[in-house]
Design a binder for this molecule. Sequence first.
Ligand SMILES: [Zn+2]
Length: 65
Amino acid sequence: MIPRVECPTCHRKVEWSAANPFRPFCSERCRLVDLGAWFSGARAIPDESTPELTHPEDDAAPPER
Ligand SMILES: [Zn+2]
């Protein structure tokens, strides 16, 4: 018996099986829709990483000599 889950995007019943690579979504489209929503939310978080704060060349001594 194949367990069934609800597609988070369109709430359709989806068979949770290896035949469905997009599980728990019903299709690739629904998966991309959900991922898009997730990323748009993640983009609201400010990126505090400033590359100019790190100077790897100052700390790392040259291995040769
Ligand atoms: Zn769906």
